[in-house]
Ligand binder design. Structure first.
Ligand code: HEC
Ligand code: HEC
Ligand code: HEC
Length: 125
């Protein structure tokens, strides 16, 4: 398994590798927002630590994205507590304007519209 690494080092050439998880250009994805919302890597990538070679365990189709975006709370990982915004105690809430952000009810109350996570422009420009 390590032969390509040895070759790369000896020849001074980059390792040839193939993406297993790759969305088409027209779809937008950002890891940070998902991790901060408490999604675990394995929710989307499966138990990669058991895979000698990484395999795709989710379709990464639009339907799959939407399935979670309709009800993301159901997918929150228990370890999400580690990322709890409350932990930072009373400071500015960077996620205040997100649908699930702490400031969302306040914004809605003031009549500020927060686009739902299922709106096309969330993932497409
Ligand atoms: C909400 C689902 C989701 C979560 C959670 C998530 N990922 Fe991803 N990951 C994706 C998607 C979708 C892509 C493809 C992105 C693209 O093509 O723009 C991706 C791509 C990747 C890639 C590139 C893989 C390749 O084949 O080129 C790596 C590496 C990766 N993720 C690691 C992680 C790690 C580490 C974590 C946890 C810290 C994580 N991801 C959490 C959905 C997720
Ligand atoms: C397991 C649940 C889950 C899956 C699967 C998932 N998402 Fe998300 N996504 C979320 C959550 C939760 C948020 C953040 C919501 C918040 O903070 O209010 C989010 C936020 C986003 C945002 C940022 C929205 C914004 O306004 O900043 C984009 C873009 C996005 N997701 C794209 C995708 C795409 C594309 C896929 C499929 C490849 C995907 N997501 C799959 C749960 C998920
Ligand atoms: C949560 C993220 C997300 C949202 C919201 C979303 N899409 Fe997508 N969409 C995707 C992803 C990811 C793909 C690529 C899927 C794939 O390659 O299998 C995609 C693909 C597409 C495609 C290309 C299909 C094809 O056969 O190539 C069209 C058209 C599209 N979306 C339209 C829409 C429309 C219209 C909406 C709003 C009603 C929407 N999408 C909302 C994530 C999203």
């Amino acid at each position: 398994m390590l032969a390509p690494l040895h070759d790369s080092l000896a020849l001074g050439t980059p390792i040839l590798w193939r993406s297993v998880h790759r969305l088409p250009e027209h779809a937008r994805f950002h890891h940070a927002v998902h991790i901060q919302a408490g999604m675990a890597c394995e929710t989307c990538h499966g138990p990669v630590w058991t895979m000698p070679r990484t395999e795709k365990v989710r379709t990464l189709s639009m339907g799959w994205c939407l399935g979670c975006h309709r009800n993301p709370e159901a997918q929150r990982h228990p370890a999400a507590a580690a990322f709890d915004r409350d932990r930072h105690g009373g400071g500015a809430d960077p996620d205040g304007c997100r649908p699930g952000g702490a400031g969302a009810p306040r914004l809605r109350h003031s009549g500020v519209e927060i686009p739902p996570l299922t709106r096309c422009s969330v993932c497409h420009r």
